[in-house]
Design a protein around this ligand. Sequence first.
Ligand code: OGA
Ligand code: MN
Length: 291
Amino acid sequence: MRNTGSITVTKLHSLFGAEISGIDITRPLSAREFGPIRAAFEEHSVLVFRDQPMDDDKQVAFSDLWGNCETTLSANPAAGTKFARQSNLDIETGQPIPNDDMRMIYQKANYFWHSDSSFKKTPSLCSILTARICPPEGGNTEFLNMRAAWDALPPALQATIHPLVAEHALAYSRDRVQKGILSAKALAELPPVKQRLFQDNPINGRRALYIGAHAHHIVDWPEPIGKALLYELAYRAEQPQFMMSHAWREGDVIVWDNRAVLHRATYYDATKYKRLMQRTTIGGDRMTVPQ
Ligand code: OGA
Ligand code: MN
């Protein structure tokens, strides 16, 4: 496809999500071509592109348009690269990894609603996930609109959480799958950080509730009470009408706004099918609260 510079934006859900067509994002894009894509992202939070066969180099070129790629930490099989690999295939051999292997158990934390890199001092802007090999059934990725979740909170609860700060760490979400799964090195790399309970979009001002599986308790509150508040907020956010589920096809690319949505993986039969998704994560430019 030649890039003519005009894209088509088709809404996927009444609240968020849009499919972008009419552009080949596997080719280098000019600033003029990228501008409308970036604007659609600020507005719709989840952008779906179809029939965009990516390899790693093309994905990095597309990712560089959004900002600086994060580098993965030692917890990921592709540590020290720009790629978080979501797959049941061994990175060296390409063969399926047994279900009871730590690498598979580790990925199960993706079943919890989360925002990528909320455990970093400066949380991420967005993630870009590309479908390289898809199972014929299962393995959808789901998104939860946290602007709608914020808007639906009673005003008194919004006022209560406005000044609060939550503590986030990768270890908290991983411990929910299997205690002690992170190496000492991974733990040392990722001490807990603080995040506000909302993020405001700098372009349009839309406020989104900012929680997710890495959030553990509220700073300066007794731990059980803070956890209970986080559970309540998650419960209030998890409304079916705020959710969108994406059934992947090979060649799909999704860019999601980690400031405005939570996402989660869903089950597929990893003993029967292959799945290979490559994620790049674009670093944000601001902390939500001084550390
Ligand atoms: C991710 C993630 C979900 C999935 O890549 O950050 O959570 O469906 N992936 O693989
Ligand atoms: Mn994720």
